[in-house]
Design a protein. Structure first.
Length: 242
């Protein structure tokens, strides 16, 4: 084996060692670390009251009501999984649908089906985005989604509509069968109800997600998605294993 090959193997080993040490550090981090992360999370989230942070985040001029770290994770997932279809519930202003479609543009693959109860004027138009109006959990809406994705794979699903536990649980049961093995079912805003923000919210996405994973071992939280230490969707990145 030549010097260059030996050096590459050595560097790869060192990187794996450092990466393992980092995740070990995360797993064993102290209370002070957790308190600091939670304090920053709360500060960032609550700044919305002043129209800052995620309330003032735009993609190509369109409001995206998400944490940029989560948007970056989505970009990485889309590049790796290359979904043929991304099903999004909770369109709002259409900024996230435009973002996802633009990443699909860059990779030359995929499209977005985005569902919301109400149409909104001014949503961005994009050839890879299809807007669907209606309740995400109504049988006719699911039937349309099934028709739209027929014969296409992989499929990825993002849940970001009504954040009550009951509604998220219905969405999980409605859409999880559509997710391809190796792809993702993302439950957004699991940070609500004291995880760590808005403790007054009441049971919501976190509780629905935790109950779902217990009942569906074919899905598991992907710890790789914890790498930025801060996400609006803690434990919400569910990867389909089988």
């Amino acid at each position: 084996m030549g010097f260059a090959s030996t050096l590459r193997l050595s560097l790869a080993h060192e990187l794996r060692t450092l990466r393992g040490a980092f995740y070990k550090r995360l797993a064993g981090r102290g209370q002070a670390d957790d308190d600091l992360a939670r304090a920053f999370h709360t500060l960032y989230f609550d700044a919305r009251a002043y129209n800052l942070t995620w309330r003032n985040t735009h993609f190509l001029g369109h409001a995206v009501l998400k944490c940029p770290l989560d948007l970056w994770l989505y970009q990485e997932i889309l590049h790796r999984v290359r979904p043929a279809v991304i099903v999004e519930t909770g369109t709002a202003f259409g900024g996230s649908a435009l973002y996802l479609a633009s990443i699909c543009d860059m990779s030359g693959h995929g499209r977005v089906l985005t569902i919301d109860l109400e149409p909104r004027p001014g949503r961005p138009e994009h050839p890879r985005v299809t807007y669907i109006t209606g309740s995400s959990v109504e049988p006719e809406i699911r039937a349309r989604v099934v028709r739209e994705i027929a014969g296409q794979s992989p499929v990825m699903v993002l849940l970001d509509s009504d954040h009550s536990q009951a509604h998220v649980s219905r969405e999980l049961e409605t859409y999880h069968p559509l997710v391809s093995v190796g792809s993702y079912l993302v439950v957004e805003d699991t940070n609500l109800n004291g995880h760590p923000v808005e403790p007054e919210h009441g049971p919501g996405p976190w509780e629905a997600c935790e109950a779902f994973v217990r009942a569906h071992p074919e899905f598991a939280h992907d710890t790789e998605m914890d790498k930025f230490l801060f996400s609006f969707n803690p434990r919400g990145y569910l990867k389909r294993l089988r």
